[in-house]
Write a protein that binds this ligand. Structure first.
Ligand code: ADP
Ligand code: F6P
Length: 326
């Protein structure tokens, strides 16, 4: 029975889409190696859905993924193709896959990428989505591939900022990525002992910022550290306002795209490897339109439609932790 099921697919493809994330390469490696071990032909698609539509598809061998488990970025390249939503555009992708006899695709990316996977599944190509994004904004997984590495990068940078901030008795405002999800900010703030974290979930109040700086001044702190998610406010302007209202010298630093690069952490490599294997297994079972995540160290497959409706919970334990050590 199992063998009969396995015979039902022969050729699968893998693509990376949306913002890249450290660990995407380890995911590709896992899919290629476990796919081949299961008797599948595995194809790589360059530049996400754009490459799919343009037929940039090539056969991968076991050795195509040698020496990439430790590399940041994605060897397949990533791109954004907003009009993949349109039926005629997605149909081109289906045609390119069918021309080559490719029956199923594993897509690595964020929720936009999941939407593309759902669309293709609806058009007869079984797709499985894997959470590859530094933002940790996928509700169907406790952790996304790339988040842990991005937090490590942010913490490393913030530790350095603390040194200079402390020497000069300054307030350091550090803007981290996360699009509209505060998880990188929360984790980095706890790990660096920040005085205040500002995210779309906490909301922004200039009064709270000023009160925090004044509280630190009263406590005779030599520095103040504020971690803030992107898209909240102009951090350089905020630094000026802090100087104006408190007299405490302030500097703003935008960490930006360095958070997207670099060697994936061991945690991300292990997660990538486990999720890649699970995605291949789902396809072998004949499943499609699902995404794979991890909860309490257990691999979980969720229908993409359901996953897109799930509400992301705020980084667990953050409030309790910070109030206990403030
Ligand atoms: P992420 O996957 O990181 O959330 P994006 O939101 O940029 O990144 O989405 C990546 C790609 O997924 C888009 O460029 C587009 O090609 C595809 N995509 C996004 N939304 C849809 C949709 N509603 N239908 C089909 N494809 C989509
Ligand atoms: O989704 C990952 C992410 O790095 C977000 O944190 C950020 O807002 C966005 O991508 C930046 O995207 P771009 O590649 O367009 O600069």
């Amino acid at each position: 029975m199992e063998n009969e099921q396995k015979k039902s697919i022969h050729k699968i493809a893998v693509l990376t889409s949306g913002g890249d994330a450290p660990g995407m390469n380890a995911t590709i490696r896992s899919i290629v190696r476990s796919g081949i071990q299961n008797g599948l032909e595995v194809y790589g698609v360059e530049e996400g859905y754009l490459g799919l539509v343009e037929g940039k598809i090539f056969k991968m061998e076991r050795n195509s993924v040698t020496n990439i488990i430790n590399r940041g970025g994605t060897i397949l390249g990533s791109a954004r193709l907003p009009n993949f939503k349109e039926d005629e555009v997605a149909q081109k992708a289906v045609d390119e896959l069918k021309k080559r006899g490719i029956e199923a695709v594993i897509t690595i990316g964020g929720d936009g990428t999941y939407r593309g996977a759902l669309k293709l599944t609806g058009m007869g190509i079984n797709c499985i989505g894997l959470p590859g994004t530094i933002d940790n904004d996928i509700a169907s997984s406790e952790f996304t591939i790339g988040f842990d590495t991005a937090v490590n990068t942010a913490v490393d940078a913030i530790d350095k900022l603390r040194d200079t901030s402390n020497s000069h008795q300054r307030c350091s405002i550090v803007e981290v990525m996360g699009r509209y999800c505060g998880d990188i900010a929360y984790a980095a703030a706890v790990a660096t002992g920040a005085d205040l974290v500002i995210t779309s979930e906490t909301g922004f109040s200039l009064e709270e910022v000023i009160d925090t700086v004044k509280r630190c001044q009263n406590n005779k702190s030599r520095h103040v550290l504020i971690v803030i998610t992107e898209h909240i406010t102009d951090v350089r302007e905020l630094a000026k306002q802090i100087r104006e209202y408190t007299g405490f010298d302030s500097r703003a630093t935008i960490l930006g795209h360095i958070q997207r690069g670099g060697q994936p952490s061991p945690f991300d490599r292990v997660l990538a490897t486990r999720l890649g294997i699970a995605a291949v297994e789902e396809l072998l079972k004949g499943e499609g339109g699902k995404c794979i995540g991890i909860f309490h160290n257990q691999i979980v497959a969720t229908p993409i439609e359901e996953a897109l409706q799930m509400k992301k919970s705020v980084f667990h334990g953050y409030k309790e932790i910070t109030t206990k050590v403030s």
